[in-house]
Ligand binder design. Structure first.
Ligand SMILES: O=C(O)CCC(=O)C(=O)O
Length: 302
């Protein structure tokens, strides 16, 4: 659906100004959008998984762990695909306010793509280097976005996610290094072209959301504060955007319609997309953290 047509329909949850900001800049942050009831439920299941991570001694399908994670002092980078792990996350992703946000920005027919819960632990939780998402999971068009909610208050010192305004309308960057290895981040040599000094960092009280288009350049620094910065992220697409790799094919809820109707026709955007490595072979996929930190692979989820 064209952005003019989307803007011409009444919004469900965002203001018109927030929708216009998303289309203009490629992202929008909204303070305190997710209510206390959802936050309490999500924080309660998240605390259980944080506890379970004590049993894990290395990154596996469920947990992406920092190298110095221990049972006594857990340091989780990511809970992989939370919607496949616990119904509370799926109910939130498929029935909660994210669906209304997605409809306000993508139109009435919306599919779920995948989810992740990035913890960015305190005292050095790892940075996410500047990147765009769509090269990880190419689709037939770019009406694909990710919505995140902070499960705790996030101030500037806690490394909120930063996004570069207008970058969704610019080029897609190469996420392979000069030697042809996938790194999942924009090359150092390309950084002078991306106006990092214009990045807007989206923090806020617990329940604040971030929304960014799949072409928007984004990232976040290490978390040098004392507290983790839990950000639950869910990606959605317009129903007529179809993935052209099999990355999420085994996800229980991948491609589930969460609003409106499925599409019979795929819509193609003429702009090219960089293809990621073939991650279809068991054990060949590494998380963004493992790629960006150049770690040896484990059997991580998407
Ligand atoms: O957690 C963040 O700050 C950024 C997340 C992100 O870009 C990703 O996981 O792809």
């Amino acid at each position: 659906m064209q952005q003019e047509a989307i803007l011409a329909t009444a919004p469900r949850i965002l203001t018109q100004a927030q929708r216009e900001k998303y289309f203009e800049d490629g992202y929008v942050g909204v303070g305190s959008l997710v209510g206390r009831e959802w936050l309490d439920r999500l924080n309660s299941v998240t605390a259980d998984y944080m506890d379970q991570s004590r049993q894990a001694d290395r990154t596996d399908k469920r947990f992406d762990l920092e190298p110095d994670h221990t049972a006594e002092a857990p340091r989780i980078r990511r809970l992989n695909s939370p919607v496949d792990v616990d119904d509370a996350y799926w109910e939130f992703a498929s029935e909660g306010p994210f669906v209304d946000v997605a409809v306000d920005l993508l139109g009435p027919n919306v599919k779920f793509h995948h989810s992740k819960l990035n913890f960015k632990w305190g005292r050095g939780g790892e940075e996410v280097k500047w990147h765009q998402d769509i090269q990880f999971w190419p689709h037939t068009n770019y009406d694909v976005l990710t919505i995140g909610v902070y499960l705790d208050d996030v101030v500037d010192a806690m490394a909120p996610m930063g996004v570069i305004p207008g970058s969704h309308d610019g080029p897609l960057f190469d996420l392979y290094d000069e030697g042809g290895e996938w790194t999942g981040n924009i090359r150092d040599g390309d950084l002078p072209d991306i106006a990092i000094d214009r990045a807007e960092y989206l923090g806020g009280p617990a329940g604040s959301i971030t929304v960014h288009n799949c072409r928007s350049i984004h990232g976040s620094p290490p978390n040098d504060s004392d507290r983790p910065r839990p950000l639950l992220l869910c990606a959605y697409s317009c129903a007529d955007a179809f993935p052209i790799t099999a990355l999420t094919a085994k996800g229980k809820h991948a491609e589930a319609i969460v609003a409106g109707e499925p599409a019979r026709w795929a819509r193609f955007d003429p702009r090219p997309v960089l293809m990621p490595p073939d991650w279809s072979k068991k054990g060949s996929f590494k998380s963004i953290f493992e790629h960006q930190q150049r770690e040896a692979g484990n059997e991580a989820a998407r």
